[in-house]
Design a protein around this ligand. Sequence first.
Ligand code: GLN
Length: 297
Amino acid sequence: MPSLPPALSASSSGSPSDASITPAALLRASPLSALEARILLTHVLGWRPTQLITRADEALDAASVERYRALEARRVAGEPVAQLVGAREFFGLDFEVTPHVLIPRPETELLVETALTALEGLSRPRVLDLGTGTGAIAVAIASMRPDAQVHALDRSTDALAVATRNAARLLDAKRPGGAVLLSQSDWYATLDAALRFDVIVSNPPYIASGDPHLSEGDLRFEPRGALTDEADGLSAIRAIIAGAPARLAANGVLWIEHGYDQAEAVRALLIAQGFAQVRSERDLAGIERISGGQFPG
Ligand code: GLN
């Protein structure tokens, strides 16, 4: 069979050994969305997104083409993009992500914003993040409030290792509030009983055990313990609310992220526990995504 003219072979994105494959050809042939294909390709090439345009017609080396195709195939098989590239942006910061932690979600930025509002007017505020995972919430708050003293807990030592690296890489080592204090704890279990916090935040596992979402999309590849309480979806939230009054400073506040249909139940739990000014906030999709209140005292 006669060999194809160069123009045709470049656009056919044929075998991995084809030295004339270009970024443009790989992106054109990709079964992924344009955005996901670009994220994977910039990751493999170590390029900035704009370089996919300015260098679109450069021939790529065979090893890069092969690495890109391997990631593309894994994405087609369902693996989350954040795990394939090992990172996800949250609150303007680039967090390391592994299969041991929940991938930071945009809606969780609402929890950070609400916590920051609660911290206004306080100097050297004390903050506790329960079930920190990547450390996204704790590190985002610490980065916006360099004077805050931030504690972050997780039951998973694998998650704590990721959070420790994220905090070390993303925060100023000389921030006045000091390093984020990370420790292993099942909710409040091993937390020093003398500590008091102005703000407690958490994005706990809130998906009910039988929820079909657990077997769909990215969730299939995330740690099950970060997603579901293996019960009705409210058991972690109950534990967090029940333990909060003993850990909050006078007039301290608690804010918790929850599922799209849990706001009313979480508000009822907060009120039953004696919280005041109980309310929910809506995310960008208009869903009541977080609920919180202040503990009088
Ligand atoms: N927000 C996640 C989801 O529904 C769930 C995270 C959680 O349980 N905290 O995809």
